[in-house]
Design a binder for this molecule. Structure first.
Ligand SMILES: Cc1ncc(COP(=O)(O)O)c(C=O)c1O
Length: 406
């Protein structure tokens, strides 16, 4: 066996083999998956904007008027008027001084973290932050102190203990992508002030899904303008592709000069930007869609509870069914698929060891009947593979995986 075969065999042995499932047609609440019609219950297209007619038309019109590619980095010839237009609109939407588009959320996190921390600096990072934050921390070569999930006492002790010299940055998801819980943002901002740290908050799963008119968790907490860098994505609730940073004008000028994924990567494509502009228009015109998303989340959570799952009642649109080991999570996923419900199993390293799960995500366009059917299908699937729904609530079996990443 060569090294790649060995590595693949190891991945297989751990029950972590990944394969690409094929969706034919657009991303709606119902899709054709590998040729089979299923209810889609794991997409981040929370408001159904990815295939909305107005969003499609805007993207198509931009392709005809402006072309498909931006042709270069933002700093070479890639900044087009449509980029500036979306930046101005997003800054107004988020109540921020300035905004800067990036190619993706992954790149935005990599770029801002690397710009704000480097060798000799210290980053304080929630243990369940998204992989793009973890990679941004690693690439920055700063010292990284991982604090316990949502634990601001632990964060405070860490701030007290580490990072006397150099810059300090606290970075957190606002809505955690695999658990659907929300960071204690007010306390984080308070601690940042006390310990002279900057804050980066990733709103990837909050934009369009939380706060007044979908303005996110920072707005919901009344902290608009209080975090140093707010990262949002265009590829989730806004149904397109790309990402943005909202910050002060000075910070944006600094990022233009220092964020490597902005400097060394092609600007977002005009159709993606135009699609996001149309999606933002729809979000502003129809804030009721955010309430529909919350209603769908409550319905799913209620139906799961009725089927015996240990889920909490809340408005949060991400609902983890934590299984534990990877093989069981995969079996549950396949058994649910047999019943026409697609919720991808999420395994380590995306989630901590021993917390493989189905990560359910509702969409505003899911009907009550669909969600009730899904809850029943998931309960039947669980029993078929020998799992008790009562043990599959959020974070059941979660193990701490605290690590200090140098
Ligand atoms: C919390 C979080 N941040 C950032 C990203 C990356 O965003 P993008 O898909 O635009 O690269 C994701 C995507 O899954 C995410 O969940």
């Amino acid at each position: 066996m060569n090294e790649i075969e060995e590595r693949l065999a190891e991945i297989e042995r751990l029950g972590r083999r990944r394969r690409l499932r094929m969706v034919s047609g657009p991303q709606g609440p119902r899709i054709l998956l590998d040729g089979q019609p299923v209810l889609l219950l794991c997409s981040n297209n929370y408001l159904g904007l990815a295939d909305h007619p107005q969003v499609r038309e805007a993207a198509a019109e931009a392709a005809m008027r402006l072309g498909v590619g931006a042709g270069a980095s933002r700093l070479v010839s890639g900044t087009m008027t449509i980029h500036r237009e979306l930046e101005q609109r997003l800054a107004a939407f988020e109540g921020s001084e300035a905004c800067l588009l990036f190619g993706s959320g992954y790149l935005a996190n990599l770029g801002t973290i690397g710009a704000l921390a480097g060798p000799g600096d210290t980053i304080f990072s929630d243990e369940l932050n998204h992989a793009s934050i973890i990679d941004g921390c690693r690439a920055s070569q700063a010292e990284v102190i991982v604090y316990r999930h949502l634990d601001t006492d632990h964060l405070e002790r860490s701030l007290h203990e580490y990072g006397g010299k150099g810059r300090r940055v606290i970075v957190s998801d606002s809505v955690f992508s695999m658990d659907g819980d929300v960071a204690p943002l007010a306390r984080i901002v308070e601690l940042a002030r006390s310990y002279d740290a900057r804050t980066i908050v990733d709103e990837a799963h909050a934009t369009g899904a939380l706060g007044r008119g979908g303005r996110g968790a920072v707005a919901e907490a009344g902290l608009q303008g209080e975090v140093d860098v707010l990262v949002g994505t265009l590829g989730k609730a806004l149904g397109s592709y790309g990402a943005y940073v909202c910050a002060s004008e000075e910070m944006v000028r600094y990022l233009i000069n220092t964020a490597r994924p902005l400097i060394f990567s092609t600007a977002p494509s005009p159709p993606s930007v135009a699609g996001a502009l149309a999606a933002l228009d729809l979000l502003v015109e129809q804030p009721g869609e955010v309430s529909r998303l919350h209603a769908a989340a409550r319905t799913l959570r209620g139906a799961l509870a009725e089927e015996g799952f240990g889920v909490q009642t809340s408005d949060m649109h991400i609902v983890p069914l934590v299984v534990g080991d990877s093989e069981s999570a995969m079996r549950l996923c396949e058994a649910a698929l047999q019943r026409g419900v697609f919720a991808q199993a999420i395994r380590p390293p995306t989630v901590p060891d021993g917390t493989a799960r189905l990560r359910l995500a509702t969409m505003a366009s899911h009907t009550v009947e669909e969600l009730r059917h899904a809850a029943k299908a998931l309960a039947d699937a669980a029993r078929e593979v020998g799992l008790d729904p009562a043990t599959l609530g959020s974070r059941a079996g979660a193990k701490p995986r605290l690590a200090r990443v140098a």
